[in-house]
Write a protein that binds this ligand. Structure first.
Ligand code: HEC
Length: 141
């Protein structure tokens, strides 16, 4: 009888230890690699990106058909605009938003041409796009 009990005891030990090792295996943790999500909101785009975006908009939004870098065509050249805006410490964004009167060419006929653009499509541009247009114009030297 004692012998049988002993065998049972041994069996119980073996079974329980096997169980232990199985549990250990299950315990192994699977660590998921942590991915860092880098946020680059457009608002924090570098100034170079802003200039590039502005250059594209200047063409896409037809500004270029009336404003050239050096020469006056329909509207004043970008250089003339930038010159007067920096002399007077004025904001191109404010002008484009319609918050500030024209200071470069105040001829009513000319102002009306630009005003038609401001009322037509410039008002639909986002703040960031206006800033990009300004950054691009200021980059022309
Ligand atoms: C159809 C022609 C035309 C287009 C297109 C046009 N402009 Fe003009 N723009 C003018 C004329 C004309 C003036 C001169 C009148 C004036 O200064 O307001 C002018 C003036 C300006 C001025 C100087 C405003 C001031 O203080 O006198 C800025 C800045 C300007 N335009 C930016 C732009 C931008 C940016 C775009 C594109 C989103 C654009 N323009 C599209 C004709 C145009």
């Amino acid at each position: 009888m004692k012998r049988i009990l002993f065998v049972f005891a041994v069996l119980a030990l073996v079974v329980s230890s096997c169980g232990e090792s199985k549990k250990e295996e299950v315990k192994k943790e699977v660590e998921a690699p942590k991915e860092e999500v880098k946020e680059t909101p457009a608002a924090s785009a570098g100034s170079e990106d802003l200039v590039a975006m502005g250059e594209k908009l200047f063409t896409d939004k037809t500004c270029v058909s009336c404003h050239q870098a050096e020469a006056k065509i329909v509207g004043p050249s970008i250089k003339d605009i930038v010159q007067i805006y920096s002399d007077q410490d004025a904001s191109i964004v404010s002008f484009l938003k319609g918050e500030q009167e024209a200071i470069v060419d105040t001829d009513p006929g000319q102002v009306a041409i630009m005003k038609a653009n401001l009322d037509g499509f410039v008002k639909d541009l986002k703040e960031e796009e206006l800033k990009a247009l300004e950054a691009y114009m200021l980059s022309i030297k």
